[in-house]
Design a protein around this ligand. Structure first.
Ligand code: AVJ
Length: 324
């Protein structure tokens, strides 16, 4: 695997510092959600995927389990390079990889994830389970991942973008990202992309307000990371977690809300940030989709929808697109 070498790590640290300074200096404070995924955050997210309330993972596993044959037949038996953006612990992907290997597909698998520890763990466990699978892991963010992708040869590719990771982008960001992704691959390459579909509000909100409080820990970890990595002085019990459905934007929005008037010093930024009682820091939006929206997104980005695969409850869709 291409490990996050020392240069890469310090570059990531510097970007984190710059983005926290920018985000907390705005009138409406925010921190980019990609910074939730340090080693602790990636571990907490793995725990979230096992929660009974977090239906997304079970639904997508069900989608892939029920449709792995048709997906495998559609992309054909040729040599194929599978590149996964935001691979995480790869538990869902294994369903597909296992089946493709059993069908004698000649596979290269390249998991890309912002968390170096996640990529290292996944590569190790896949090596053990599938000694024949050729793996090249990359610890980097989506945008550098796309730069790398655009430099690859013309071998046939299947890009995986699972888990409704696309839902963290606002609609204009999602459009730009998918166009950029399309430009980084070739005509005839495939994209399998997961969408969490709009459903009753209680079900969606419960997925982000689990009874064990793991999601709260996951979101709050971003302040702990500022304390750990940037010498921040956030008092974790001076912020409350809030995650609610926004009916106008069709998204779950997650905030950390200051419970008092306070100032927080962050040593490496040489800056104190002021928070008023009730003031929120926006951490994450998780947009939800209709299947018609998915179709428009595909066409706008230069793809054609080959097929939509649903789970038994129609909660989630994995959509197979071909670049045209
Ligand atoms: C990994 C972005 C799909 O938005 O549902 C889970 C992250 N945040 N619980 C999501 C997340 C809180 C997740 N994604």
């Amino acid at each position: 695997m291409m490990s996050p070498g020392q240069d890469n790590v310090s570059k990531m640290q510097e970007e984190f510092a710059v983005d926290v300074l920018k985000g907390l200096s705005q009138p409406v404070k925010s921190i980019p959600c990609k910074y939730m995924y340090d080693e602790q955050g990636s571990e907490l997210f793995s725990q979230i995927m096992d929660l009974p309330e977090y239906y997304l993972t079970d639904c997508e596993k069900n989608c892939l389990e029920s449709h792995k044959e048709i997906i495998s037949d559609t992309i054909g038996p040729s040599n194929i390079n599978i590149v996964e953006l935001g691979a995480g612990d790869g538990m869902k992907t294994k369903i597909l990889l296992k089946h493709l290997l059993e069908c004698d597909h000649d596979l290269h698998y390249c998991p890309i994830d912002i968390s170096g520890s996640a990529v290292a763990n996944l590569s190790r466990s896949l090596n053990r389970e599938y000694p024949d699978l050729r793996i090249k892991g990359l610890a980097t963010d989506y945008f550098q991942g796309l730069t790398w992708l655009s430099q690859q040869n013309h071998a046939k590719k299947l890009i995986l973008f699972l888990g409704s990771n696309i839902g963290n982008f606002s609609p204009p960001e999602a459009r730009d990202f998918l166009r950029h992704l399309r430009k980084s691959i070739n005509v005839g390459d495939y994209l399998l992309i997961g969408f969490d579909l709009k459903k009753d509000i209680n079900t969606m909100q419960s997925a982000y307000n689990d009874s064990q409080g793991i999601t709260e820990q996951f979101i709050t970890n971003i302040l702990e990371r500022i304390n750990r990595d940037l010498g921040g002085e956030f008092e974790l019990n001076c912020f409350n977690y809030s995650s609610k459905w926004d009916n106008f934007d069709n998204a779950i929005k997650s905030y950390l809300i200051s419970i008092c008037n306070q100032q927080v010093y962050v040593r490496d930024l040489l800056t104190s940030f002021t928070f008023k009682t009730g003031e929120g820091i926006h951490i994450e939006s998780s947009y939800k989709f209709t299947i018609d929206q998915c179709l428009v997104m595909a066409e706008t980005a230069g793809f054609e929808v080959v097929e939509n695969y649903f789970d038994d409850r129609n909660y989630f869709a994995d959509s197979l697109w071909i670049a045209n």
